[in-house]
Ligand binder design. Structure first.
Ligand SMILES: C[S@@+](CC[C@H](N)C(=O)[O-])C[C@H]1O[C@@H](n2cnc3c(N)ncnc32)[C@H](O)[C@@H]1O
Length: 316
């Protein structure tokens, strides 16, 4: 538990929207990238990126007061270890989304249990992304964050070696391409909406892309991976996705779900906040162990392993 003063805890909640939005603006201006070679004056940065120098100074001063950038001399800023992360395209894309479209939708979040995003933008998140290719590209880049841990989890499974792995909602295919590179006898099918931004020329001979909706069908395989898919959907829709997979899966097929398992108690855990992002965007949710067991059973599966970030199941 945190030892901070109660007033400081309250203040952090009150200013949270300003922090998120400010970071998003500064990430869009790529200030961290502009500071890659060392400290620079805010006036020079502002000229280069077309910002108002006074506004940029106020943004960076506030961010620096919390360790994001550092004012090393009056009006001269440098990266800190935290702001340096924004040079990574995935982190920058997340800052863009959190501080942009997601921030606007969070402004409409309420306690009705319905998704805010469609109220804010007049379309569900996936349809909106399809109409905004730049945002779709940013989303796909952001999703590559955590790629290494996703691949490590997949690689740790007990592979027979010659299976066909179907990455259901596999996005730009990067996880499957890397898994197949590490496991040379596996074949892979990335299944997703047609508008995902991907480079199929880099997929190699053993991975193919199949376009479609997991509410209609999924391609046949031996192992079905659902990586950060089910948390995007409420129980009814998540059950429908599992049932689509179950309809196609042979009885000896395996299901692998990469999603959080919310721990009980007050301990800080990213999944407790991401749960609210899922509610905002899709009326989706993160789930605890009991909720996973119930969902899998409704979808026609039986868990054989449930740990945070990795759930394995077989057909019932
Ligand atoms: C949170 S992303 C996860 C992407 C990838 N599995 C990963 O872990 O990086 C959810 C993915 O589901 C895809 N998706 C959304 N609706 C879909 C549908 N009806 N059918 C197939 N894929 C869908 C999105 O395009 C997106 O790539």
């Amino acid at each position: 538990m945190t030892q901070r003063a109660p007033e400081a805890i309250l203040w952090d909640f009150l200013r949270g929207a300003l922090m998120t939005r400010t970071l998003g603006v500064v990430a869009d201006l790529d200030i961290a990238g502009a500071l890659a070679d060392g400290p620079r004056s805010v006036d020079e940065l502002a000229r280069e990126c077309g910002a108002d120098a006074d506004a940029l100074h106020r943004f960076l001063r506030a961010l620096a007061s919390d360790g994001m950038f550092s004012e090393v001399e009056p009006r001269v800023f440098a990266n800190t270890a935290a702001s340096d992360f924004l040079r990574d395209p995935g982190e920058r894309a997340f800052a863009h989304l959190f501080g942009g479209a997601w921030h606007r939708a969070v402004g409409d979040l309420d306690a009705t249990g319905s998704a805010a995003f469609p109220r804010t933008f007049g379309a569900d998140f996936w349809a909106w992304l399809a109409r905004h290719p730049d945002e779709r590209a940013a989303f796909d880049v952001a999703m590559e964050q955590g790629l290494e841990s996703r691949v490590r989890r997949l690689d740790s499974l007990d592979w027979r070696g010659d299976e066909t792995v179907v990455d259901v909602g596999g996005g730009n295919g990067s996880a499957l391409v890397e898994l197949v590179r590490r496991r040379p006898h596996l074949r892979g099918i990335v299944f997703d909406l047609p508008e995902t931004v991907r480079d199929e020329s880099a997929f190699g001979a053993r991975v193919e892309f199949v376009a479609g909706s997991f509410f209609d069908r999924v391609p046949a395989g031996d192992v079905y991976v659902l990586a950060t898919i089910l948390h995007d959907w409420d129980d009814e829709r998540a059950t429908a996705i599992l049932r689509t997979v179950r309809r196609t899966a042979r009885s000896d097929a395996r299901l692998v779900v990469l999603d959080s398992v919310i721990p009980s108690g007050n301990e800080p855990d990213g999944s407790k906040w991401l749960d609210l992002l899922m509610l905002t965007l899709f009326a989706g949710r993160e789930r605890d162990e009991a909720q996973w067991r119930e969902l899998l059973a409704r979808g026609g599966f039986e868990p054989v392993r449930i740990e945070d970030g990795l759930i394995e199941a077989r057909c019932r």
